[in-house]
Write a protein that binds this ligand. Structure first.
Ligand code: LLP
Length: 430
């Protein structure tokens, strides 16, 4: 097996060809076409169970939610619902998706940012716990009604993660409230008759440093202590957000999940006791960790251009996978039809979009590639399809779920309806 497939047991090589669970990538590409998002059901389940096991071991009173924005496919949501998780929704349609996938409303948290009045009303109408991220939203929410649980996202000042665009706390971050305003918000909620409360943060994404989570939790508990001291608010949950990272690059270390959760649990349980916080659940709502490495994007080489550099043009572009163009994010790329080929030349893998940022890999050491080769882009299960667009008037790809030797289409490729079906031409222009 290629060393590039390390830690990803659901991927294997048979006669040098890539298999996803027991299905050949070549057969998938032939049957469903490319570009194609493929997810391994068993990998998603394994990821969820790995987190759950550690939580059960160290924090008996916990809750594990899944951040839908990472991958909103209904089949992915259904797998995680069946694994016993709750759902973290970023907006009304994500609340509706969660309900459609069978999550009960007590297992849905609505934590958008910069809510409109309509957002807040939708949250109330759905009957789910609402997590606001500003004093303004708190005031408007309480004017419209009372959520079953009022929760607030705070900005504890520290953040983690190595991608610049993925820093969600500190003075430059638009997320969360400061302690002063959070205190006012909880006071208002209590006055308005809200009975149940939650406290939330989401400070960074793709964090691989095990020490980060206990440190951030300690900060959040200081907020909790202050709010508790002022108003006697008992928190149902203290939510430390998502952020658990995965190693995208071959030289990156994996996050030591057990070490991190064990240390977080210690900080949490000591703090809860010390600050007399009652018996809140420690809540976690990862997205990436659960689904990222379970997703593979299959793409076919279309054009090879030998210019000042070698450009390998594939049928995936920034409209299919935005992360490289947006964050300079790294994704491993395998030659799916010949995993044994040695990486012996540098090339840039580029898409069909009219932007020079449409480069999936720049000057990457890869095997010699030829037109019609099948490539597999790894770790695309999170923030892959969800960030896809129709830019350059291109359709979004299909999605397939693999389980053992079964492969099922779980979202059809877009077509004419999505591209022009919703447009209208005023009479005078016809
Ligand atoms: N909870 C909330 C409120 C969030 O906003 C997010 C992600 C999560 C949980 C899950 O975070 P995770 O465990 O996946 O780090 N587009 C970027 C990631 C943006 C994350 C936004 N919020 C990417 O492609 O890496």
């Amino acid at each position: 097996m290629s060393t590039l497939i390390r830690n990803r047991d659901f991927l294997s090589a048979k006669n040098g060809k890539l298999f996803i669970e027991k299905v050949s990538s070549k057969d998938l590409a032939k049957k469903f076409g490319t570009p194609l998002y493929v997810y391994s059901e068993n990998r998603i389940r394994e990821n969820a169970r790995r987190v759950k096991k550690v939580l059960v071991k160290y924090i008996p009173h916990h809750e594990l939610f899944y951040a839908i924005k990472a991958n909103n496919n209904l089949s992915v949501l259904s797998i995680l619902r069946k694994e016993g998780l709750g759902a973290d929704a970023a907006g009304n349609w994500e609340i509706q998706l969660a309900k459609k996938a069978g999550f009960p409303r007590e297992k849905i948290l609505y934590s958008g940012v910069f809510h409109s009045d309509e957002d807040l009303r939708n949250g109330l109408k759905a009957g789910v716990a609402v997590n606001v991220d500003s004093l303004s939203a708190a005031k408007r929410l309480l004017k419209f009604g009372k959520p079953p649980i009022f929760s607030m996202r705070v900005n504890p000042g520290i953040s983690g993660g190595k991608i610049k665009g993925l820093v969600f706390a500190g003075n430059d971050a638009k997320f969360g409230e400061n302690l002063k305003n959070a205190i006012i918000a909880f006071q208002l909620a209590k006055k308005a008759g809200v009975k149940k409360f939650g406290l939330h943060m989401m400070t960074g994404s793709c964090v691989l440093d095990a020490k980060y989570f206990p440190a951030a939790t300690a900060k959040l508990l200081e907020f909790a202590a202050e709010i508790r001291r002022k108003f006697g608010v008992q928190f149902e949950f203290i939510d430390i957000g998502g952020g658990l990272g995965i190693p995208y690059q071959p030289n990156e270390k994996i996050l030591d999940l057990e070490k991190s959760i064990a240390a977080t649990a210690k900080v949490f349980m000591t703090g809860v006791k010390r600050f007399s916080l009652g018996n809140p659940k420690l809540m976690l709502e990862p997205g990436r960790y659960l689904v990222a490495d379970a997703g593979i994007l299959l793409t076919q080489v279309q054009t090879i251009k030998k210019a000042a550099k070698t450009f390998v043009g594939v049928d995936v572009g920034m409209q299919t996978l935005l992360r490289p163009a947006l964050y300079g994010a790294y994704h491993e790329i395998l030659l799916a039809n010949n995993l044994n080929a040695k990486a012996n030349q540098k090339a840039s893998v580029v898409g069909p979009i009219c932007e020079n940022t449409d480069q999936l890999a720049k000057d990457r050491l890869l095997p010699k590639l030829a037109e019609k080769d099948l490539l597999a882009i790894l770790d695309v299960g999170a923030y892959g399809f969800g960030m896809a667009s129709n830019y350059n008037t291109r359709e979004k790809p299909a999605e397939v779920l693999v389980n053992g030797n079964k492969a099922e289409l779980i979202r059809t490729r877009e077509g004419l309806t999505e591209i022009i079906g919703k447009q209208k031409i005023p009479k005078h222009l016809r």
